[in-house]
Design a protein around this ligand. Structure first.
Ligand SMILES: Nc1ncnc2c1ncn2[C@@H]1O[C@H](COP(=O)(O)OP(=O)(O)O)[C@@H](O)[C@H]1O
Ligand SMILES: [Mg+2]
Length: 415
């Protein structure tokens, strides 16, 4: 079943005359963008800005969505637009609890956009930064859970076939912490399927492989053909970093690790933490990080199977409920309270406006919201160490749990 809506304007995106459209990326908020009321900027990457928005249909139905507005330079590119649509059509078939659902792809004011399910929380990169800044340890069971859920998303995507069962050959190509979204409900959702492939079709890419060099398989760095095992390697990097508590390919501040490093794929052994059956866990990581594709896990499914078995046997299987509680205890409340206040403000603004006239795309005359938008301040709860315990029902059990926690949770140095 596909949920993707290609707007009428999008279907001819590849034939848009780039000279005729001069896209402008206004950054005033709130504003209308097609039928989206953008009221908060929640992210910015190399190719797009992400906004929190309410989508409004002609009949007045409303829902909250994340709108990824592609930057003007890329929006103007015919080849990128064509490839993005091709990929989005393929990936719109990805309906899975661990994958951010894409709902709409279109062009508005000359800018390409993707509207998708909004995941209220933050991405893994941000979580690690916050842990690092607040000196908060991420319990190992949650690290494993994040990787296991990411593998579920990849396993589903890699196996997906057409009506006749023929595999569609979907490869994510940019599995990295910023594309792993964590909701305050404890869910893990992988986003940006297909974007890297569209980017690699861009002539200005100068034959550079798409994806982040810090999270790249050797075959991707060498510009080779990729299959699902390239994604397995990227998951391996993330798991290695979560266990080591540091970046695998560290680069000088402000620069990305070199492609040569990614191509060499030299993986240091992991430090011993005293985890249950730790050798087994390290073997899983190292197998996923084999430079030779044939020596790696043959699929996300195979890695998932081994990692799940390990988590169960080592009694490190986490529940989404405990993850939710932990996230909210350490980070969630302030952020959610801020978001709610902005939503209320946006709601009031929307209600006070006359009905949107068809074709209206922007409204520069909105009064500004009270607070500057887009930057979420650090949580006041930061500080101290994780207090999570699975078995703390009696004082003795609590003491054991604290001891276990000392080895089973790691301090992070991601900045
Ligand atoms: N559907 C979404 N819901 C909530 N936040 C999102 C969503 N999509 C992206 N984001 C946020 O926006 C950030 C920037 O996204 P993106 O432009 O893809 O940059 P990057 O290249 O760093 O992944 C993400 O890291 C994430 O925090
Ligand atoms: Mg992204």
């Amino acid at each position: 079943m596909t949920h993707l809506r290609l707007t009428a304007k999008t279907r001819d995106v590849s034939t848009v005359d780039p000279e005729a459209v001069e896209p402008e990326a206004s950054d005033e908020l709130p504003r209308w963008f097609g039928h989206f009321f953008l009221y908060d900027q929640i992210g910015e990457g190399g190719m797009a800005r992400i906004y929190l928005a309410r989508s409004q249909t002609e009949l007045g139905a409303e829902r909250q969505v994340a709108v990824k507005q592609i930057l003007p330079m890329l929006s103007r590119s015919e080849s990128f637009g064509r490839k993005l649509i091709e990929e989005a059509k393929l990936c719109s078939q990805l309906s899975h609890g661990n994958i951010v659902q894409v709902m709409d792809l279109g062009r508005e004011d000359g800018l390409l956009y993707i509207a998708m399910e909004y995941v209220e929380g933050f991405d893994l990169r941000e979580l690690l930064r916050r842990c690092s800044r607040g000196r908060i340890s991420l319990p190992i069971e949650f690290s494993l859970a994040v990787v296991i859920e990411t593998l579920r998303a990849l396993d589903f995507a890699h196996r997906l076939g057409d009506e006749s069962g023929k595999p569609l050959g979907i490869v994510h190509r940019d599995v990295s912490p910023s594309n792993i979204l964590l909701s305050f409900e404890g869910e893990v959702k992988l986003c940006d399927f297909g974007i890297a492939r569209a980017l690699s079709a861009e002539p200005s890419a100068d034959d550079e492989p798409a994806g982040k060099s810090g999270y790249m398989s050797p075959e991707a760095a060498l510009g080779k053909e990729l299959d699902g095992r390239a994604d397995v390697f990227c998951v391996g990097i993330i798991l290695w970093e979560l266990l080591a508590g540091r970046r695998l390919y560290k680069a000088p501040k402000g620069s990305a690790p070199s492609l040569e490093r990614a191509a060499l794929a030299e993986i240091p052994s992991l430090p011993i933490r005293g985890l249950a059956q730790e050798t087994q866990l390290h073997e899983i990581v190292m197998r996923s990080l084999s430079r030779a594709v044939d020596e790696r896990y043959a699929s996300a499914h195979d890695m998932l199977e081994d990692l799940e078995r390990y988590a169960e046997e080592a009694e490190l299987a986490a529940s989404p409920l405990r993850f939710r509680d932990w996230l909210n205890e350490h980070f969630g409340r302030d952020i959610v309270a801020q978001r709610r206040a902005r939503e209320r403000h946006a709601r009031e603004l929307l209600d006070s406006l006359p009905p949107r006239s068809p074709g209206r795309t922007s409204s520069p005359s909105f009064p500004p919201l009270d607070q500057p938008l887009g930057v979420v301040s650090a949580p006041a709860t930061a500080g101290g160490f994780a207090t999570h315990s699975k078995t703390a029902s009696a004082p003795a059990a609590a003491a054991v749990a604290v001891l276990l926690l000392a080895v089973a949770s790691l301090a992070y140095i991601f900045v």
